[in-house]
Ligand binder design. Structure first.
Ligand code: ZN
Ligand code: ZN
Length: 438
């Protein structure tokens, strides 16, 4: 029969010349008393040989890195497919691994945060807003009808220097009104810049006045303001000052807190990774614990708990990464919730049209992977839980959930007592997952 795997004349361990036929595309359970050779058949023969034959089909270059096991003891195997064993092993001792990273759910969350995360200033906690010249001009025309509005480009903010070249450049471009350290100067030729006598060692604040206009609610006015705002952005690397009735507002086209004058990098997935220097807490390199001192190394070697990093309190990420939120929570806070609660939280996210459009796909993928974990009885784990604290049974079920996510077909999956340590009520779900895998 084509749809069977046939093992003929197996002698491995205590299998005395037995021959078996195992149906493919089905869930097969091997039972028997302890010591009867269940594991020998499943792991030592089917898995080892399935893996060995698959590896032999790889290039010799790839094979030299893999190390191929010796052939188990049997006469013949027919109809074998590539085999993957999902064993009861702990999921690694790497202190950086967490439930989130080994299940890859954390990678999906990082993409979600990069797409729709809301950054906050890590000093004052204000939401960081980004403006475009068209948004600003529409706002100004709408709100300040009939008022006089001045638009200025802030080219220096509390910065030391003489600024002779900068001022001369603007003069050459046709701008002649400058607010220097709070005072308006009209400069008509280069010689007057010399007379300003700005001290190299003093801090100066300089704005170039671009336009002063009484607001009419028409398209001409709108276009003129937008042009000036855009010029200001170009001259200053994304800043623009607008003054109405002695009230000055600083706008930015870049991600930065205008109160604290701190910039904010572009949000990208690695910004939320504690394994990347861009996202990691700089004091602990993203480990979350104090390390580096001799006593810490000793404690780590002995498997003792290390003290939490003083800078990040075990959160592993830097302040900027932690100041970005989705649904009011940062990525660490989401990782602290149980998988059950995380699923609930993500399903009930309230997003505006724009955000829900760009987050739709990634949210679906994330929730699907969380569901796989719930279905193998791991709903109680948190994504931040470190991998080395998981039991062998939990490790096996995480691998199982991952395989369901991969959705390979034509593979022989070998599991070793997958329901071990599982609560009775989760057994049905686990069996359902195994059927899905089938
Ligand atoms: Zn701030
Ligand atoms: Zn730290």
């Amino acid at each position: 029969m084509k749809n069977n795997i046939k093992v003929i004349g197996a002698r491995e361990h205590n299998l005395k010349n037995i021959s078996v036929s195992i149906p493919k595309d089905s869930l097969v359970v091997i039972t028997g008393p302890s010591g009867s050779g269940k594991s020998s058949l499943a792991l030592d023969i089917l898995f080892v040989e399935g893996k060995r034959r698959y590896m032999e089909s790889l290039s010799s270059y790839a094979r030299q890195f893999l190390g191929i096991a010796k052939k188990p003891d049997f006469d013949r195997i027919e109809g074998l497919c590539p085999a993957i064993a999902i064993e009861q092993k702990t999921v690694g001792h790497n202190p950086r691994s967490t439930v989130g990273t080994i299940t890859e759910v954390y990678d999906y969350l990082r993409v979600l945060f990069a797409r729709i995360g809301v950054p906050h200033c890590f000093l004052c906690n204000e939401k960081i807003k980004v403006y475009s010249s068209s948004q600003i001009s529409q706002y100004v025309v709408m709100v300040y009808a009939h008022k006089n509005v001045t638009i200025a480009a802030p080219i220096a903010h509390q910065k030391k220097g003489e600024f002779k070249n900068e001022l001369a450049d603007f003069l050459a471009k046709g701008f002649y009104r400058f607010i220097i350290d709070g005072k308006l100067h009209k400069i008509s030729h280069v010689g007057e810049i010399e007379k300003l006598d700005l001290k190299k060692t003093y801090k100066h604040t300089i704005d170039v006045l671009l336009d002063s206009i009484t607001i009419d609610q028409d398209d001409d006015c709108l276009a003129r303001i937008q042009e000036s705002v855009q010029k200001s952005f170009d001259f200053t690397d994304g800043l623009c000052k607008i003054t109405v009735d002695d009230q000055t507002t600083l706008y930015s086209s870049k991600r930065m807190c205008l109160t604290c004058q701190v910039g904010f990098p572009e949000l990208e997935p690695r910004f939320f990774s504690f394994n990347s220097p861009i996202g990691a807490c700089s004091a602990c390199d993203g480990l979350g614990v104090e390390y580096g001192k001799e006593e810490d190394m000793y404690a780590m070697y002995m498997g003792h708990e290390l003290k939490l990093c003083r800078q990040c309190q075990g959160k592993r990420l830097n302040k900027q990464a932690l100041s970005v939120t989705v649904g009011g929570k940062n990525i660490f806070e989401i990782g602290e919730m149980s998988i059950d609660d995380t699923l609930d939280f993500l399903r009930n996210l309230k997003l505006d049209n724009f955000d829900s459009e760009i987050a739709l796909g990634i949210l679906k993928e994330t929730c699907q992977r969380l569901e796989f974990l719930v279905n193998v009885g791991l709903a109680y784990l948190s994504l931040n839980r470190t991998a080395r604290t998981l039991s062998g049974g939990e490790g096996q079920r995480i691998r199982l959930a991952k395989q369901v996510g991969c959705a390979l077909s034509g593979v022989l999956y070998i599991l070793d007592e997958p329901s071990i340590g599982l609560h009775q009520r989760d057994n049905d779900r686990l069996i359902q997952t195994l059927k899905t895998l089938k």
